[in-house]
Design a protein. Structure first.
Length: 419
């Protein structure tokens, strides 16, 4: 059945009317997180660094689906590639290798430096992180999985077990032989031993006030893992594909992981796809057990076409260079605002992944509401809930940064006035 364009356009304002009516009936408590953050609207269109609501109001998107729209919303060259692809292929048959899957695997391995040739695809972050955990246990024959405290890996079984998230007690008991340890001191390093399958880290913890694991700590951890036969798994879901001013955040330390998890930015917010890349030795376990992990839509042929187009754009545009350049401009502006506005207590992050410390979760939510009134969308951190995370498109220009800084200044003044 084909829905006429004019019918679809009429449906969007109707959705907005129904949302408003529902919100009025249920009250503030029932309106959910979006209303709590001042997002009382329905998105009608997304384009570049912005989204538009049904009234035509334009918002600078500094959430970007938790940092997946690195190239902006609906990049024209990717849209064109997917349009062509639907005339040539479909989702594919997931147990079978296809030309699209093979080509993307080769392109992705090359993009990541060529040292991780084993590629497995999935649909969402939690799923592919869980696969990485299964792969680590299978490849090493060990059970213990360690994670650095403060990480946020996703919502699924292994991911939830190894994430720093107080609510996860509601879903217990979780997966056994999983432990979360502080990075500082000797707790994590001391726990890595002959029974450890893998250590899971985010080099820069977006949801935890952009706390970084230092280059020296990562190098020592790498050496300890190598000495004990333990795998080092790096999750770059939120930092990969240029967000921190480099292709991948680990490049800052020179450390090479055994497994690299990359997130939905692989599909540039146009088609759902994620991946885990592994060394040849680790991937050998999958060669011995090729059907041990299957994902119905993981690496679908259409998704692979979109991801290949995204990789080509990443290589051509090199958005990490713009992220580094505009990130410096943004950071300098934020620091100037913080000197004048006591509401912002701290600033952390790299490139176009920046976290603002607001002191309390309540002030962070109020800050997000004030940003929304100034036509900027952002959310609090999932681990450090007193923070607000800014992760806009990596194609952000000077005028966009100026708009963002103006909105932050307005929000900081509003929160300070209310405190």
């Amino acid at each position: 059945m084909t829905v006429p364009v004019e019918t679809a356009e009429k449906a969007v304002p109707e959705a907005g009317r129904l949302l408003a009516a529902w919100a009025a009936r249920t009250g503030a408590a029932g309106r959910g997180r979006a209303a709590e953050l001042g997002w009382d609207f329905v998105v009608a269109r997304a384009e570049g660094a912005y989204v538009l609501d049904t009234a035509g109001t334009r918002y600078l998107d500094c959430h970007t689906g938790a940092g997946i729209a690195n190239l902006g919303h609906r990049p024209p060259e990717l849209v064109a590639a997917v349009k062509r692809a639907v005339h040539e292929t479909d989702q594919g048959n997931f147990p079978l290798i296809s030309a699209e899957k093979a080509a993307l695997a080769a392109d992705l391995a090359a993009f990541a430096g060529g040292r991780l040739p084993g590629v497995t695809f999935g649909v969402v972050r939690g799923e592919i992180f869980d696969f990485a955990c299964k792969l680590a246990r299978g490849a090493t024959g060990r059970k213990v999985l360690l994670a650095a405290e403060g990480c946020w890996f996703g919502q699924t079984g292994f991911a939830l077990s190894l994430s720093t998230r107080p609510e996860k007690a509601l879903f217990g008991p979780l997966i056994p032989e999983t432990r979360i340890l502080a990075v500082e001191g000797d707790a994590l390093l001391g726990a890595v031993g002959s029974d450890t399958a893998a250590v899971m880290v985010e080099p820069l913890q977006a949801e935890n006030h952009c706390r970084e694991i230092s280059a020296e700590t990562l190098r020592v951890l790498r050496a300890r893992c190598s000495a004990t036969g333990t795998l080092l798994v790096a999750d770059e879901t939120q930092t990969g594909f240029g967000r921190t001013g480099r292709k991948f955040a680990l490049e800052e330390s020179g450390v090479e992981p055994d497994v690299l998890v990359v997130g939905e930015a692989l599909g540039a917010a146009l088609f759902p796809i994620v991946a885990a890349l592994a060394t040849e030795a680790v991937q050998g376990f999958m060669h011995a057990h090729p059907l041990l992990h299957l994902s119905t839509f993981g690496g679908s042929d259409l998704a692979c076409v979109a991801a290949r187009a995204a990789l080509a754009s990443y290589a051509a545009v090199r958005p990490w260079e713009n992220a580094a350049r505009e990130g410096k401009r943004l950071r300098a502006g934020l620091e100037e605002i913080a000197r004048r506005a006591p509401a912002i207590e701290s600033i952390a992050g790299r490139g176009l992944l920046v976290s603002l410390g607001l002191g309390t979760p309540e002030r962070a939510r109020a800050f997000c509401r004030a940003l929304a009134r100034a036509r900027v969308l952002a959310v609090p951190g999932e681990v450090a809930r007193h923070t607000v995370v800014l992760r806009p498109s990596l194609t952000l220009g000077e005028d966009d940064v100026a708009l963002l800084l103006d909105a932050v200044a307005q929000a900081a003044a509003a929160v300070h006035a209310a405190s």
